[in-house]
Design a binder for this molecule. Structure first.
Ligand code: MLC
Ligand code: AMP
Length: 512
C-alpha cells in the first residue's frame, strides 16, 4: 500500500506554521523568505525538474555556493521524488569527474563561474542537463523554474526510497556514495526534535543560527531538518563569520557547529554570558570537541555545549541529553531507536568501559553504498549492525566516548580527509618513491594533515612544490598544512608504515 506521507518533504511541510507569511529564513544579506516563499519556490523548482521527464531515481548533482535557493533545490528534489547529490564546493575537477561518472546524474547544477569545466565533465559522462545557480539568485535553473506553477503535488515516496546520496571518501579505493532514504532522514529528524527539546511556537519557538555548509550531513540534515520539522526560523549565514554569529545571538536560541567554530567564537572578546543569555542550546559535532573548548565555553557563556556523534551513513547516532548530564569528552547516549554496541577484534561484545569497534543499527542507518553491494556487505555484520570505523567505549551508564578510529582518517575542521587518497596523488608525482600522510593536532582545525615524502634515488624534491601540486588537484581543505621530504619511512617488522611514529615525530601542535 502506498503512503504519501513517507516523502520527507510532506513531513517537513506539515510542520510549517499555520501562517505562511511568517519569516522562515532571514539571510545575512538582508533577505527575508517566508514559509510561503519556501513552499512556492520549491513547488516551481519541483515542477520544472519533473518537466524534464527524468527517469525514476534520477540523481540531481549539485555543487553550488550556499544560498536559500540551493536549499530550495534540495527540498524540490525531495518533493519531485528524485535523489539529491550534494557536492562540496571545494571539489576540483578530478574529484567532480569521479562523482559525476560514478553517480551518472541526470541533472548537474553548478555555479555559472564553473559551468565551463563542470558541464564538459557532465556532458562527457552522459548527463543531459546542466544548469547554473549562483548565490545571488541568478542562473539558468531559476530562470527556467520561473515559468512553472507555484503549486505542486508532492510525489509519493516510500520510507525505503533513496532520497539522497552523500559521497564519503574511503580508506582504500574509490569514494562511496552512501544512500540515505526518506525514512532514514525522517526518523532521525523526529528523534532529534524530541531529544533536543525543540520548542513549539506556543513555548516561544526556536531560532537557529545556520552557519555551516549545506553539502554535508551536519549543515544539510541535522540543522535544516531540525529547524524545518519544528517550523522554526533560521538565521542564514552564507559563510561562518564569528562576529556575525555573535551579532545574531541575541535574536536566536540554537546554534550548531563543528568544534573549530567554537574555537573561533571563543577567540572573540565579545563572547559574554550576557550575549549568550537568549540562547537555549549550543550543539557540537562532526569532530571531537576538546575538553578545553568545552570548559572554556562553560566559563565564557554559562552554557554547556551538547556534543553529539554521527556520520554520513547513519546521520545522528548518539547525543548528550538536553535535560540531564552533558558529560564533556563523551558523545552521550545512543539516541532512541539506535542500538549501539562495542565489539572486540574477535567480534565479541565488550563489557562496559572496554575499548573496541563501535557498531550500530537503527532506522537511521543507510540503505547501502551506491552500486557497491560487496562493499556494503563488508561494512555490515551478519546480524545487521553497521561497522562505523570509530573506536570507543561505553560506560555502564550508557555514555559513549570515542577514543579513535580504525579507519585511517583525519578530521580537519569537521571535514574528513583520507590519507590514502592524498598518498596516491603524491605517489603519482614525478620523482616520488612513496609517501605517508598523517594527522597531527592543530589549534584551529583540531587536526590537520602532514605529508612525509620519500623521493626516488637521486631525485631532489621541494616540499612547497609537492603542496602546490596537491593544491591543484584536490579540495583545498585536504591539502596537508606541511610537507617533509625524508630518506625513508619508519616501518614495523611486517613492513607496514608506522604512522604513530610519524605523528610523534611531526606532531608538534600547529598553530591556528
Ligand atoms: C578551510 N581550510 C581548511 C579547512 N577549511 N583546511 C583544513 N581543514 C578545514 N576544515 C583551508 C582553506 O582552504 C585555506 O587554505 C585555509 O585552510 C584557511 O581557510 P579559512 O579561511 O580559515 O577557512 P574557512 O573558509 O574559514 O573554513 C573553515 C571552516 C570550514 C571551519 C569554517 O572548514 C567549515 O565550514 N567546516 C565545517 C565542515 C562541516 O560542515 N562538516 C560536517 C561534515 S558532516 P588556503 O590554502 O586556500 O589558504 C559529519 C557528520 C557529523 O561529519 O557528525 O556531523
Ligand atoms: P562523515 O563521514 O563526514 O559523516 O564523518 C563521520 C565521522 O566523524 C564519524 O565516523 C566520526 O569519526 C566523526 N565524528 C562525528 N561526530 C563526532 C564527535 N562528536 N566526536 C568525534 N568524532 C566525531
Amino acid at each position: 500500500m502506498t503512503n504519501p506521507s513517507s516523502n520527507l518533504y510532506t513531513a517537513l511541510r506539515r510542520a510549517f506554521p499555520a501562517d505562511l507569511e511568517h519569516t522562515a529564513i532571514e539571510t545575512d544579506s538582508g533577505l527575508f523568505y517566508t514559509w510561503r516563499d519556501l513552499e512556492s519556490g520549491t513547488a516551481m523548482l519541483a515542477n520544472f525538474l519533473q518537466s524534464l521527464d527524468l527517469p525514476d531515481g534520477a540523481r540531481i548533482a549539485v555543487q553550488v555556493e550556499k544560498s536559500v535557493e540551493a536549499l530550495m533545490l534540495y527540498l524540490a528534489t525531495l518533493r519531485a521524488g528524485y535523489v539529491f547529490l550534494p557536492l562540496n564546493t571545494a571539489y576540483q575537477s578530478a574529484e567532480m569527474d569521479y562523482f559525476i561518472q560514478d553517480a551518472e546524474p541526470a541533472v548537474v547544477v553548478c555555479s555559472a563561474a564553473n559551468f565551463g569545466w563542470v558541464s564538459k565533465l557532465a556532458f562527457r559522462a552522459g548527463t543531459p542537463w546542466v544548469f547554473t545557480l549562483n548565490d545571488d539568485r541568478s542562473g539558468s535553473l531559476l530562470e527556467r523554474a520561473a515559468h512553472w506553477p507555484d503549486q505542486h503535488q508532492v510525489v509519493v515516496r516510500q520510507a525505503d526510497d533513496v532520497a539522497v546520496i552523500i559521497y564519503t571518501s574511503g580508506t582504500t579505493g574509490r569514494s562511496k556514495g552512501a544512500m540515505l532514504t526518506h525514512g532514514n532522514m525522517l526518523s532521525n529528524a523526529l528523534v532529534l526534535k524530541d531529544y533536543w527539546g525543540w520548542r513549539s511556537a506556543a513555548e516561544g519557538g526556536d531560532v537557529l543560527i545556520h552557519a555551516l555548509p549545506i553539502f554535508h550531513v551536519h549543515g544539510l540534515f541535522v540543522a535544516i531538518h531540525g529547524a524545518l520539522i519544528n517550523g522554526s526560523k533560521m538565521i542564514w549565514c552564507a559563510k561562518f563569520d564569528p562576529r556575525l554569529v555573535l551579532r545574531k545571538m541575541p535574536e536566536a536560541t540554537v546554534f550548531m557547529g563543528v568544534p573549530t567554530l567554537y574555537v573561533r567564537l571563543l577567540a572573540e572578546p565579545g563572547l559574554t554570558p550576557a550575549l549568550a543569555s537568549h540562547m537555549r542550546l549550543f550543539i557540537s559535532g562532526s569532530a571531537p570537541l576538546l575538553m578545553d573548548t568545552f570548559e572554556a565555553w562553560q566559563q565564557r557563556t554559562g552554557h554547556t555545549i551538547l556534543e553529539r556523534y554521527g556520520m554520513s551513513e547513519t546521520i545522528m547516532l548518539t547525543s548528550n541529553p538536553y535535560v540531564g548530564e552533558r558529560r564533556g569528552g563523551t558523545v552521550g547516549l545512543p539516541l532512541p531507536g539506535v542500538s549501539l554496541r562495542v565489539v572486540g577484534g574477535d567480534g565479541r561484545m565488550l563489557a562496559p568501559g572496554e575499548i573496541g569497534d563501535i557498531q550500530v543499527k537503527g532506522p537511521n542507518v543507510f540503505a547501502g553504498y551506491w552500486r557497491m553491494p560487496e562493499k556494503t556487505a563488508q561494512e555490515f555484520t551478519a546480524d545487521g549492525f553497521f561497522k562505523t570505523g570509530d573506536v570507543g567505549r561505553q560506560a555502564a551508564d550508557g555514555y559513549v566516548t570515542i577514543v579513535g578510529r580504525s579507519k585511517d582518517l583525519i578530521i580537519s575542521g569537521g571535514y574528513n580527509v583520507y590519507p590514502a587518497e592524498l598518498e596516491s596523488v603524491i605517489n603519482d608525482l614525478p620523482g616520488v618513491a612513496e609517501s605517508a600522510v598523517v594527522g597531527v593536532p592543530h589549534a584551529d582545525f583540531g587536526e590537520v594533515g602532514v605529508a612525509v615524502v620519500v623521493p626516488r634515488a637521486g631525485v631532489s624534491l621541494a616540499p612547497a612544490a609537492i603542496l602546490a601540486r596537491l593544491k591543484a588537484s584536490v579540495a583545498n581543505y585536504k591539502v596537508p598544512k606541511q610537507c617533509f621530504v625524508v630518506t625513508d619511512l619508519p616501518r614495523n617488522t611486517m613492513g607496514k608504515v608506522q604512522k604513530n611514529v610519524l605523528r610523534d615525530r611531526y606532531g608538534v601542535t600547529q598553530g591556528g
